[in-house]
Design a protein around this ligand. Structure first.
Ligand code: UDP
Length: 325
């Protein structure tokens, strides 16, 4: 099978590419290397079944050619990280919406199946409890750029469903909940690599606000497994699924766990949101998925709990950090 992975040089995309190659696929990556890195592909870059093309997912010529040559598409190219999205909302909005439209239009034209990577940001700041796929979205005002990211991902989903219903495009949408593991970087705001790097270096672990905000972290291997199963199960077409572990932890508990697992002397430092991001920033207090739909559809259960996820990230970062420049 020929698979096209947009954003394949990124954290999630690169792990997915390795899995596809291991299963015997030929893989083409389209990535502009804006946040991804060729280093992420070092395990597979010389494999004859692998091809890397540097370019934008908003380029219809490039995307069209690659889609025509593929049997299926995994669309992961997007703006990543709360920090980056807030710093450059225009880039996030344009890449996310035009990128998805370019991929979906081309896939529809050529009749190729697509996986669309969406986000748990979709749910916004609802505090209803575990989020199910058909829950309402509760968003803040358009003057706060974080909601633009949520809105752009929602538009991607709406486009996917519209292509499915009106054009018969086979498409599956996955809403990813805080995936983490080796190769994820803290530069764009992601909490796990930031906490682990700080703890290993003995620097303060910076907990934003009161640390009572809740998240659900999923291991990258589990995420790739869930994505593969969703893509390979025909009855999932035309549907959206939460892709997460279902576990639940507050950010303060996470900081304490990282400190314990690294044996770090780092202090835990509380930082108000205004200082961490910008004035008027809004965070989600509660974000945990209901994964019963995913379980029922493809029989998926996560293999890794939060302690194992952190231990694997700690081991990786300890090895990698001396090589950082
Ligand atoms: N966070 C934190 N310290 C950091 C980075 C993030 O306390 O150095 C918090 C952030 O405010 C949020 C949670 O950790 O409540 C998860 O943040 P991340 O950016 O990883 O993902 P999100 O789930 O917000 O998209």
């Amino acid at each position: 099978m020929n698979s096209l992975v947009t954003g394949g040089a990124g954290f999630i995309g690169s792990h997915l590419c390795e899995r596809l190659i291991a299963e015997g696929d030929s893989v083409t990556v389209v990535d502009d290397l804006s946040t991804g890195s060729l280093k992420n592909l070092s395990n597979i870059k010389d494999n004859p079944a692998f091809r890397f093309l540097r370019g934008s997912v908003t380029d219809p010529g490039l995307v069209g050619k690659c889609v025509a040559e593929s049997d299926r598409i995994f669309h992961f190219a997007a703006a990543v990280g709360v920090k980056l999205v807030i710093q450059n909302p225009l880039h996030a909005l344009l890449v996310n919406t035009i990128g998805a439209q370019t991929v979906l239009a081309s896939a529809s034209e050529h009749g190729k199946k697509v996986f669309i990577a969406s986000s748990s940001e979709i749910y916004g700041k609802s505090e209803k409890g575990r989020f199910s796929e058909d829950d309402d979205r509760i968003l803040g005002p358009t003057t706060i750029s974080r909601w633009g990211y949520s809105t752009s991902k929602a538009l991607d989903e709406l486009l996917a469903f519209a292509y499915s219903e009106q054009k018969g495009l086979p498409v599956v949408v996955g809403r990813l909940f805080n995936i983490c593991g080796p190769r994820q970087v803290g530069r764009y705001g992601m909490v796990v690599p930031r906490f682990v790097a700080a703890a290993v270096k003995g620097e303060p672990i910076t907990v934003y606000s009161d640390g009572e905000q809740t998240r659900s972290f999923m291991d990258i291997e589990d995420a790739v497994e869930a994505i593969m199963r969703l893509m390979e199960e025909p009855s999932c077409e035309g549907q959206v699924f939460n892709v997460g572990s279902g576990g639940k932890i507050t950010i303060l508990q996470l900081a304490k766990m990282v400190k314990r697992l690294t044996g770090s002397v780092s202090p835990i430092q509380f930082i108000p949101y205004e200082q961490a991001y910008d004035e008027g920033f809004e965070d989600m207090r509660y974000r945990v998925p209901d994964i019963s739909k995913l379980k029922a559809a493809v029989g998926f259960s996560p293999r890794f709990g939060i302690e194992e996820i952190l231990s694997r990230t700690i081991e990786y970062l300890k090895k990698e950090m001396p090589n950082e420049h």
